[in-house]
Ligand binder design. Sequence first.
Ligand SMILES: [Zn+2]
Length: 133
Amino acid sequence: MKERFRRFMQGRYGLDQLYVGMLVLYFILLFFSRWFMPELMTGLMTVVILLAVFRMFSKNIVVRQKENAVYLRVINRIKHTVKKLVQKIKDLPTKRYRTCPNCGVTLRLPRKRGRHKATCPKCQASFEVKIRF
Ligand SMILES: [Zn+2]
């Protein structure tokens, strides 16, 4: 039986990060379907699970790998944004963030009230920053 399954899966795509992401999405939809538009959620869940199974047994490996790469790029961008947001919240008592007017890079400055002169480490431009609180 195990050998038959192994032979059946030969040349097929199998599992990847997008598959796991689709399962997570499935359970998120399942969770919200109890309170929010259950018919629509059930329909979406069916589409998600069918797509996940289709991808797993697909023999078009190149296309499945491209889909997974796009998924990973999007997920990594979201992770990066969330990480920066968490860092900004953690820094709230001691740091302030300002954008360099010359090159647009974000500077992490010590929280000192008043007007100060800041120098951008990237483009060396000096500019005035005002920190109110
Ligand atoms: Zn700059």
